[in-house]
Design a protein around this ligand. Structure first.
Ligand SMILES: C[S@@+](CC[C@H](N)C(=O)[O-])C[C@H]1O[C@@H](n2cnc3c(N)ncnc32)[C@H](O)[C@@H]1O
Length: 203
């Protein structure tokens, strides 16, 4: 029987999770799908409702094996690029032929995206427990143009640490963004996990 990574991922290091995803890549899709992984679909549907031009390029940050890109494509987004820190995860995304461009980068270097390059950035199942650190929120938000959209999720494990929600609240209260969507719902229902999904519009 394949090893269950869901049991260990959430106690993982958000500074560098590359080793974990290198080992998990081959069985990731099967394990999360078996547990009903639905956050990508929820974000894709919510994003579709607020985007006027679905041909706008999306940066799917932390695209992994491409389950998030698949959900975005399934609701009609045509142009999706993927970025991730794990070569093993991205190699599997490549095989799905969803992304126009895929790139691996070192998390200890700058994100290889220039400011205003994307009007829409997604980070689906990426920021928080077991994946990317909270500082990635600011790094991605900074890259957006005015009126750009940032769609992301925080799962229950991540929400247990109040600093994540605090970051969103301070972004709003400081007038940097307005919230277009926020909802709490299923994440990995068969593992009894939910998530908040958010869409922020940069002011
Ligand atoms: C739970 S997976 C989610 C993958 C995909 N978005 C999905 O919905 O299936 C988390 C992904 O974040 C990536 N990741 C971890 N730390 C990261 C960082 N600092 N920057 C970008 N991606 C990161 C991992 O390599 C992994 O592919």
């Amino acid at each position: 029987m394949a090893k269950s990574y869901l049991k260990e991922v959430y106690s993982g290091d958000t500074n560098d999770s590359r080793e974990l995803y290198a080992s998990w890549a081959a069985t990731y899709d099967k394990e999360v799908q078996k547990n009903g992984y639905v956050t990508p679909k929820r974000i894709a549907n919510a994003l579709k409702d607020v985007v006027t031009d679905q041909s706008d390029f999306i940066l799917d940050y932390g695209c992994g094996t491409g389950l998030s890109g698949f959900a975005l494509q399934a609701v009609g987004f045509e142009n999706i690029n993927g970025l991730d820190v794990s070569q093993e995860m991205i190699s599997l995304a490549e095989k799905k032929s969803i992304y126009k461009n895929l790139k691996v980068f070192d998390p200890f270097t700058e994100i290889p995206v220039y400011p205003d390059q994307y009007k829409i950035i997604t980070a689906i199942g990426v920021i928080g427990a077991g994946a990317a650190p909270l500082k990635v929120f600011d790094s991605l938000f900074t890259l957006l143009p005015q009126n750009g959209l940032f769609a992301f999720s925080f799962n229950d494990h991540t929400l247990n640490d109040p600093s994540y929600e605090k970051k969103v609240k301070s972004c709003l209260s400081q007038g940097h963004a307005t919230m277009l969507h926020k909802s709490y719902g299923d994440h990995l229902p068969k593992a009894n996990l939910k998530s908040n999904i958010y869409i922020l519009k940069k002011l």
